[in-house]
Design a protein around this ligand. Structure first.
Ligand code: SAM
Length: 256
């Protein structure tokens, strides 16, 4: 946890000469987690960003301070994180550039915001999918989506494919013993992904980064243990056994 968050205080980003010094540093590691730092790297320069489920609004505040984006909306559905986001924005003197809104999902976005990028991070993939699906009317179709699901990547990719989004970039990173995935997508020509591509990620299957392969090595062991426990247990539905067996087969083929 961020040290300022532990003290229940919004961090105040440096300004003036201090921010200049900070800009010269390769990363603002003191202000964003590595996970959010990687998300930040996929936000296009000069974007008008909607960060939905913003919690403390750390991502839009850091990006605004770096001059990486021009404006932002920080959307929150819950009152306590909404107030935390308001506090971070106020204490960093960014009320002119960041609108903090209490709203469910994409309802935080208004046409006048002219949003060009939307980040949805730190939620389950199914939750992100549901937010996108129920908020379709708020999407112009021109926004870049920067998604960081905590699990549930397969149904999220399925939604992207079914709704005309092409996956441009993907990455896996490990932080604090968790594997995180980032999926970047934009509307484009219709694309078809196979069942395996939806499961592993079409770009990740191509790139085969060390973090991606290490994640699936860990998951292979986990699934193999589950399958072994099924064979000792009674009354496990056959469909469940078949599902895990198929995953073990796919992962073994991927790593072969
Ligand atoms: N995005 C930040 C990050 O990645 O560090 C915060 C992640 S936090 C675990 C998830 C946040 O999403 C919570 O503050 C929660 O209230 C918010 N959230 C969940 N469902 C939401 C929804 N439908 N609309 C807006 N915010 C939502």
């Amino acid at each position: 946890m961020h040290s300022d968050a532990r003290q229940n205080r919004a961090p105040v980003w440096p300004s003036g000469p201090a921010i200049q010094k900070q800009r010269e540093m390769p990363l603002n590691q003191q202000t964003l987690s590595r996970r959010l730092e990687r998300v930040a790297a996929h936000v296009p320069a000069d974007a008008r960003l909607a960060d939905i489920g913003s919690d403390h609004a750390y991502l839009p505040v850091a990006l605004l301070h770096r001059g990486a984006i021009t404006a932002a909306v920080a959307g929150e559905v819950a009152l306590t994180p909404f107030r935390a986001a308001e506090r971070t924005v106020r204490e960093n003197d960014l009320e002119q550039s960041i609108s903090v809104r209490l709203a469910n999902g994409l309802a935080a976005i208004q046409p006048a915001d002219a949003i060009t990028a939307i980040s949805l991070c730190g939620m389950g993939g199914e939750t992100i999918r549901d937010i996108l699906d129920s908020g379709k009317a708020c999407l112009s179709g021109h926004e870049r989506l920067i998604l960081q699901p905590n699990g549930g990547e397969q149904p999220l990719r399925q939604w992207l494919m079914s709704n005309g989004y092409r996956i441009l970039l993907e990455e896996v990173l490990r932080e604090n013993r968790f594997d995180y995935e980032i999926i970047v997508a934009e509307r484009g020509d219709p694309v078809h992904y196979s069942a395996e591509q939806l499961y592993f990620g079409p770009v990740q299957m191509q790139v085969r980064s060390p973090a991606f392969l290490a994640k699936w090595q860990r998951l292979l062991l986990e699934r193999q243990r589950t399958l072994a426990s099924f064979s000792r247990a009674r009354n496990v539905p056959e469909q469940k056994v078949q599902d895990i067996a198929r995953q073990v087969r796919w992962i073994s083929e991927l790593l072969a």
